[in-house]
Write a protein that binds this ligand. Sequence first.
Ligand SMILES: Nc1ncnc2c1ncn2[C@@H]1O[C@H](COP(=O)(O)OP(=O)(O)OP(=O)(O)O)[C@@H](O)[C@H]1O
Ligand SMILES: [Mg+2]
Length: 394
Amino acid sequence: MRSLSLTIDLDEIITKLVNRLSKIMAISKVSIYLKTEESEKVKVYETSEQKENNEIIFYEPDKNDPFFVSLIEQEKINTEEFMINYYLKISEELEKRKISLSLPLIVQNRLIGILNLGNKKFEDEFSQEDIFLLETISTQASIAIDNAISYKKLEKAYKELKNTQEELIKAEKLSTIGRMASSIIHDVKTPITSIIGFAQLIGFKTENKLLQEYTKQIIRSAEQMHGMIQEILDFAKGKEKELNKKKHNLEEIIDEAVLELKNYLEHNNIKLKLVRDFNNSLYLDKQKVVRVLYNVIKNAIESMPDGGRITIKTYPDNNNAVISITDTGKGIHPEIKNKIFEPFFSNGKNNGTGLGLSIVKKIVEAHKGKISVESNPGKGTTFFISFPIIKDIT
Ligand SMILES: Nc1ncnc2c1ncn2[C@@H]1O[C@H](COP(=O)(O)OP(=O)(O)OP(=O)(O)O)[C@@H](O)[C@H]1O
Ligand SMILES: [Mg+2]
């Protein structure tokens, strides 16, 4: 029985105890009633006579089961008095269920469980020696079980603490970035505007085609920088939750997002296919949903540096309108699939803020919609975005 104290897994301890008692002492049936972490709940571990290999069965006892009642009623106990009352209460049950010995498991005046033993297989009764041995075993087992329960509780508390801590760090990270971004954006806006202004001026003044091309590039980069900073700032302020919903045609919204990306699509040698099977209007914040589609389509383009195809489909599904966006790009590895919607998660890009999909998710959820993704690494990815169809909108 020493090995009981070497393990801290509760189920393992109980299974070992129940199995060994039934084997070594040759007892027909062994069961343990144990209080679980949830209050008012008891779990029974029992050897099954029907099953081979000493398999243990688990169940929740009936609410009128006297062992269950004793366990639930007793908290702090005075051992001697408790024992007398206990045996008075369960005496009938012992005969009914062919239990030869019932041993309460007590640790520091707390009743944590009950060990019930059936008949001995080869002898009529337990000898005085047997009883002494069983009592010793049950005392040791009680301590091992109690330790395992405490460990489980500690482990749970630790996990909760860790989660809270992670959430706090995330929130702190966001608000720090938000504060930084708002001061940066004010400081950076002016120089960026002057970079754009002077670059335009150089472009107008010069006849040199190469210089004109360079100034265009400067303007594009400066605008991109401005856009990225604005995006972080909006995100930190939680802007995607403020909706201005009106009745809109979904197709128009898709067309607008596609138009914004027209040059980018052409520049990257990407063919676009639209399959429209949803022709009704939806109640949406147009600007924000354009942003959703823009971000998802832009990711799709970025996943196909050597060109490819994007298919956008719209179709009804129960009470939802679904937009699916499929690309033939590099796909998303299963390991990062559940991270892509997290703020600041970016993978395989040089200049991403990692906010694109977390903004998308926030906007979709603010509309009570859903977003999911299916991906086949090396073959492509499909994002499914659904918005509820709200009837009776005038
Ligand atoms: N269609 C896609 N195919 C392959 N990977 C994708 C696709 N869409 C998203 N991802 C992956 O998810 C990550 C997170 O996307 P998200 O849009 O949030 O950030 P980002 O594109 O890296 O940065 P940003 O959108 O701010 O420019 C991407 O970096 C990319 O690795
Ligand atoms: Mg993106």
